[in-house]
Ligand binder design. Structure first.
Ligand SMILES: Nc1ncnc2c1ncn2[C@@H]1O[C@H](COP(=O)(O)OP(=O)(O)O)[C@@H](O)[C@H]1O
Ligand SMILES: [Mg+2]
Length: 624
């Protein structure tokens, strides 16, 4: 087991969101488990309140508009009653005024209701747009601020689902659902009042029918709540699977995972379809039930009303108005179902969003920021100290049992050791992707936890083999660590690292768009861009975690020559993939199971009898 450093370069990259893990298809149960994150009680309601709070005044205006609109609509049947009982008899006696008044009045009400409805739709759309803008922004900012370990557990597919489907279901609630609810409540109030005023006993029958309707709504709400939560979890799982598979499309191809992925996707897709069917079924039961209650009530009122008209105790116009009102009363009940639907989806979605927003960064910004002392001497390096550091990932055992290490400012240290020894973990602690569970990591005597994030990002830069490129030009990508860099600065960095030639040969040179994930640029070229980026950022501490592993031997040699310029005066941690890299180091550390087992100058260790001497000999032999 001495030739580990010559193992395949991509087999253990922990920076990637685990393409192997996705490709081999974790069981869909995982996805479900982690979809709703724990949030403090009342977080969902608090989120909704905080979203609506700045819009309260406009929400009140919007509701008022709807109130007026309903008033205009509900006058109609009264006018009909008046027409039948008074205006038509008057017309027969050649008094035309009342009937004309009824006609004009009806027209005016219709006009007013139209205008008010338009105003309402506009106002409510504005309110909901603002809420969504706010919510999407919050999700993005919050997710971006969360620490690396959060993103390792909560995948990007899930985040996409939060900011698309979940935001969308809130939009539906705000745009249509609330309107339905207010309309329904208002028409119940208006119409009951009208009916009771027109005729007490007819009104009483209508009001009595509210009891079974209310029970029906309660049952529906409870059952639909369950169904809708399942449905929203199911659609999220579909999106997650989709995004993760497409993100890992290369390993999917390489390992012929297509058929297995198809099967897994089909399961999730069907699960979503089934929950959709359940939701429709609940809705259908509700609609049929409520129609039954409504029609029974109408039949009762028509019978009772007709009997009273015949016996002369009720005017025909009043009965006509009552029946018209009843139709209007029971119409909105279907819409109440719609509201409950959108309410349930939105509640399920908001619950998930609230859970996401309740997460706090496990690597928080310092409350009281510390300050780095001025640089000693004229070189950029700073001293690094691991002081009694212990660390383990949430999902595994302890990786660094107790780690002490001092790197003097300006020293170049090569770290070698078997895969899984903890080299990358060491690097990530130094870049503060994680905080140690015990002990401290110090930069010139200042705990990394006390450094403001911008200081830290300027102080410590890590280049990994992933060498991620953002969409934009090559120049943009190099300048990420120093946005104010001039074109000369950028080119100087690229030249120093030996990237200038290939960049100049690109179609638009430095202005070539790398597209997403650097589609047009090879892995080795991406690494060169990443080196240039790190060099331009001019950090005190530079970490190279197997950063030359995608380069061919000549490419690596070229980078190594450049490296002596790049690393000069900086503190550097070079996690070496090929032992040739070690030659530029002042010091070599051999790691095993999270411990340093050898520590010395390269010549010393090579000449000795320890593990490094073995490693080096095996490596030499492999070259021969
Ligand atoms: N993100 C992670 N979550 C859980 N365990 C991890 C993670 N990254 C690494 N590990 C585990 O920590 C140990 C050390 O890993 P690492 O530091 O990447 O080793 P090296 O870089 O030396 O190959 C390994 O056992 C690995 O499985
Ligand atoms: Mg590693």
């Amino acid at each position: 087991m001495t030739t580990t450093t010559a193992s395949t370069p991509t087999a253990e990259d922990d920076e990637l969101p685990g393409p192997q893990g996705q490709g081999t298809g974790s069981d869909p149960g995982d996805v479900f488990d982690r979809d709703v994150l724990p949030a403090p009680p009342g977080a969902t309601a608090a989120l909704l309140r905080s979203l609506l709070a700045p819009l309260r005044a406009r929400a009140v205006v919007t509701t008022l508009l709807l109130l007026l609109q309903q008033a205009a609509v509900q006058v109609g049947p009264l006018l009909v009653a008046y027409a039948i009982d008074s205006a038509v008899p008057a017309f027969r006696e050649h008094r035309h005024g009342p009937l004309i008044a009824v006609g004009v009045g009806y027209l005016l009400c219709a006009l007013a209701s139209g205008v008010l409805q338009f105003a309402f739709i506009e106002a409510s759309a504005r309110v909901s747009q603002d809420v969504l803008l706010d919510l999407r922004g919050r999700i993005f900012r919050h997710a971006q601020a969360l620490s690396v370990d959060f993103h390792e557990r909560y995948t990007s597919g899930r985040l996409i689902s939060r900011s698309t489907t979940d935001v969308e279901s809130l939009r539906e609630l705000l745009n249509d659902g609330l309107q339905e609810l207010v309309t329904v409540v208002l028409s119940f109030v208006y119409i009951s009042a009208m009916l009771l005023w027109l005729d007490l006993s007819l009104g009483a029958v209508a009001v009595a029918s509210f009891v079974p309707l209310y029970l029906l709504v309660r049952v529906y709400q409870r059952r639909a709540g369950r169904v809708y939560r399942a449905r929203s979890t199911a659609i999220a799982a579909v999106i997650v699977k989709f995004v993760e598979t497409m993100n890992g499309v290369r390993p999917v191809r390489a390992f012929r995972r297509e058929a297995a992925n198809d099967a897994e996707f089909a399961v999730l897709n069907r699960r979503h379809e089934r929950t959709n069917g359940d939701a429709l079924l609940e809705m259908a039961r509700y609609v049929v039930g409520s129609r039954l209650v409504a029609n029974t009530a109408v039949a009762g009122i028509v019978l009772w009303g007709a009997y009273r008209v015949a016996s002369g105790s009720l005017a025909l116009g009043v009965l006509a108005a009552a029946v018209l009102y009843l139709r209007r009363l029971y119409d909105p009940i279907d819409r109440l179902g719609m509201f409950l639907n959108s309410y349930q989806s939105a509640a399920a979605s908001l619950e998930k969003v609230a859970g996401l927003l309740a997460q706090t960064p496990s690597v928080p910004e310092p409350a009281v920021p510390g300050e780095l002392p001025p640089l000693k001497g004229d070189f950029p390096g700073r001293e690094v100290v691991f002081d009694g550091v212990r660390f383990g990932y949430r999902t595994g055992g302890e990786v660094l049992p107790r780690f002490d290490l001092t790197l003097p400012a300006g020293q170049t240290v090569a770290v070698v050791g078997a895969t899984g020894a903890g080299k990358s973990t060491l690097a990530k602690l130094l870049a503060r992707f994680y905080d140690p569970s015990e002990g401290r990591v110090l930069l010139d005597g200042v705990d990394l936890r006390e450094l403001p994030v911008p200081e830290l990002r300027r102080g410590v830069v890590m280049v990994t083999q992933e060498a991620f490129l953002f969409s934009g030009t090559v120049a943009d990508n190099i300048a990420i660590g120093r946005p104010d860099a001039t074109r000369e600065d950028i080119e100087r960095a690229a030249k120093a690292i030996g990237a200038h030639e290939f960049i100049s040969a690109l179609p638009d040179g430095y202005d070539t768009d790398v597209r997403k994930r650097g589609g047009r640029i090879s892995a080795g070229q991406r690494q060169l861009v990443a080196f240039a980026r790190a060099l331009l950022a001019d950090p005190a501490v530079l970490i190279l975690d197997e950063a030359t592993s995608s380069l061919d031997i000549p490419g690596e040699r070229a980078v190594q020559r450049a490296m002596s310029t790049v690393l000069r005066g900086r503190t550097a941690v070079v996690i070496a993939h090929r032992l040739s890299t070690v030659e530029i180091a002042d010091r070599v550390l051999v790691m095993e199971h999270g411990r340093i087992v050898e520590d010395g100058r390269p010549e010393e260790l090579i000449g000795g009898t320890g593990r490094f001497a073995d490693l080096h000999r095996a490596w030499r032999d492999s070259l021969a």
